[in-house]
Design a binder for this molecule. Structure first.
Ligand code: AMP
Ligand code: FE
Ligand code: FE
Ligand code: ZN
Length: 282
């Protein structure tokens, strides 16, 4: 069993890189990709412990991107670096994305305070390590009694439809795909179910357009996918000659219903052949 999608506390997960490797070993995960949002810091730190335990650790990342002409649609793009580590130019580009987050976070604080929500950037940033994201804001909002849970925090304050919502800089998906390809990475569409395209024909057309923009793979197996979704995305992968990937999207205690390796209610059991095929193709 392998898991090619996970987060540490360097982005918005709750496990340290060390703890995540420990958990993977305990659960019998043979290969693990750390795919934090916008940073390799978790992967970098996990590497020595993974080597010591004989865990096959894969270097990954997850980027939030946007689509021309759509104000609300965000596309999560995974990238895997299977041949060589990501080059310095790519890491430099990630720093620009992190700067965009800091700018958004400052504006989000101002927007919340305007509505009488008394929180400060410093206390939110203390929860984040390399980066501070909306899930960290949610935890402070819950701690301070402004929301009962994550759902309410996003519905009332942080989500796209909340009155206090603030956008952050995101590259176009085609530009992000090109960056990943230039860096020697494999660009993969993360959890396609979250594109939220209800019509299967329109969904397929959209994924075909991403393939034309250079996309190399699609996350067929994911905690949010029902069996029928996995079948549909598997079919699209075959039709468009996209590589198949899969992972749990483990975040630790903030998403306690998701288990490393086995996903949601045991809906995942991804074989090593999936990773072998990725390596052969890259
Ligand atoms: P950010 O990258 O800081 O804008 O935060 C995005 C992250 O917030 C996503 O990766 C999700 O983990 C989380 N998120 C976004 N929308 C929601 C929601 N409605 N409920 C719970 N978590 C959410
Ligand atoms: Fe996340
Ligand atoms: Fe995602
Ligand atoms: Zn993720």
């Amino acid at each position: 069993m392998i898991d090619l999608h996970s987060h540490t506390n360097e982005s918005d997960g709750t496990f340290t890189p060390f703890e995540l490797v420990e958990l993977a070993a305990q659960r019998g995960v043979e290969a693990l990709a750390i795919s934090d949002h916008d940073t390799f810091a978790g992967y970098d730190q996990a590497l020595p412990e993974a080597r010591a335990r004989g865990l096959d650790l894969v270097c990954g990342i997850e980027l939030s991107t946007r689509v021309p002409g759509s104000k609300s649609r965000t596309v999560h793009l995974l990238a895997y670096f299977l041949r060589q580590p990501p080059p310095a130019e790519f890491r430099g580009w990630l720093n620009e994305l992190l700067a965009g987050r800091r700018d958004r976070n400052q504006r989000l604080i101002a927007s919340l305070r305007e509505k009488g929500v008394e929180i400060e950037l410093g206390e939110v940033e203390r929860l984040g390590r390399t980066l501070t994201g909306r899930p960290h804001f949610a935890r402070i909002l819950i701690d301070k009694g402004y929301a009962a849970n994550f759902d309410e925090a996003f519905r009332r304050y942080l989500g796209e439809t909340a009155p206090t919502y603030v956008e952050r800089y995101a590259p176009y998906v085609a530009a992000a795909i090109q960056r990943v390809l230039e860096a020697g990475g494999l660009p993969v569409l993360a959890h396609p179910i979250r594109l939220g395209i209800p019509d299967p024909a329109a969904e397929e057309i959209f994924i075909g357009e991403l393939r034309d923009a250079g996309l190399r793979g699609i996350e067929v197996f994911h905690s949010d996918h029902r069996p029928a979704d996995m079948e549909r995305y598997g079919g699209i992968a075959r039709k468009y000659k996209l590589l198949v990937t899969g992972g749990s999207d483990f975040h630790g205690d903030v998403k306690p219903q998701i288990s490393l390796g086995t996903g949601y209610k045991g809906n995942l059991n991804i074989p090593m052949t999936v990773l072998n095929d990725l390596r052969a193709a890259s």
